[in-house]
Design a protein around this ligand. Structure first.
Ligand SMILES: Nc1ncnc2c1ncn2[C@@H]1O[C@H](COP(=O)(O)OP(=O)(O)OP(=O)(O)O)[C@@H](O)[C@H]1O
Ligand SMILES: [Mg+2]
Length: 251
């Protein structure tokens, strides 16, 4: 159990009378490649929000590296190595791609550090940010304004910013959703080449991608983990076929 970087124990959460998380037990080992699948409305994004701290569970606990973080805010969990892809907000839309990634590098050190670091710190952050953009094939967009980029490129910037935090755990909620083919291959490459040491949880509806990427798969149905297993086990599970891979599945 020592190598578990993220664990959820007995999570519950409801929206009114709708139970969206019911006794969720879940764990990621260091460097895991784990997919969370399930029909629309199963509660997948809700689980990510519970893990990051954007949403509070009504019962249960969340652990990062063996520390109970259930009471910690989102940014405190980020400092402890839990990252999800950034949402592109108004502020970020007006920055250049490099400025956005630089901001995430500085954020990792804490804002105080950013101020104390002065110009030298800013420059180091810009250099590190540019290296990261090169690794992701985004260097050509470094000086482009984020908000002016094509949607698929913006999603890549979100991943770049998450990686700039040097997380131990990365949560990807449908990273390629709505990304046109011209950019989606780049996203798939970036996902395939994520650093081995980072535990990755991906929510994805594209089963080809899921089965290529994941070493473990959890299936969420109506707020409950139906089952968890290797891709082969999940593919062979008749209950999974019935609720998800079967006739009622969606695109
Ligand atoms: N803030 C909220 N208030 C009320 N209901 C919500 C809220 N967020 C989500 N829900 C409901 O909770 C259920 C689970 O939603 P969630 O977004 O977690 O599903 P999902 O598995 O991510 O679905 P999708 O595959 O469509 O992204 C849905 O019925 C949704 O309508
Ligand atoms: Mg969702």
């Amino acid at each position: 159990m020592d190598d578990l970087v993220l664990a959820a124990r007995g999570l519950h959460r409801s929206f009114g009378s709708l139970e969206v998380a019911c006794d969720i037990n879940f764990a990621l080992a260091a460097g895991a490649r784990h997919a969370l699948i399930g029909p629309n409305g199963a509660g997948k994004s809700t689980l990510v929000n519970l893990l990051t701290g954007a949403l509070r569970p009504s019962a249960g606990s969340i652990w990062l590296d063996g520390v109970d973080v259930t009471g910690l805010a989102v940014h405190q969990r980020v400092r402890r190595g839990l990252a999800r892809t950034f949402q592109i907000n108004t502020l970020l839309r007006e920055m250049s791609v490099l400025e956005g990634v630089q901001l995430a590098v500085l954020e990792r050190g804490g804002q105080g550090r950013a101020l104390l670091g002065g110009r030298a710190g800013q420059r180091r952050a810009a250099e590190e940010g540019f290296d990261l953009l090169e690794q992701l094939g985004l260097a050509g967009d470094a000086s482009a304004i984020v908000g002016a980029l094509a949607y698929g490129r913006q999603r890549l910037v979100e991943v770049a910013m998450a990686l700039a935090l040097r997380p131990r755990v990365l949560l990807l909620d449908e990273p390629a959703a709505g990304v046109p083919p011209a950019d989606s291959h780049l996203m798939l490459e970036v996902i395939a080449r994520l650093p081995a040491g980072i535990a990755v949880l991906i929510i994805e509806h594209d089963m080809k991608l899921v089965f290529r990427f994941a070493e473990r798969i959890s299936v969420l149905v109506a707020g409950r983990i139906l089952t968890e297993g290797s891709p082969a086990e999940i593919a062979a599970d008749p209950r999974v076929r019935e609720v998800y891979l079967g006739g009622r599945a969606h695109g």
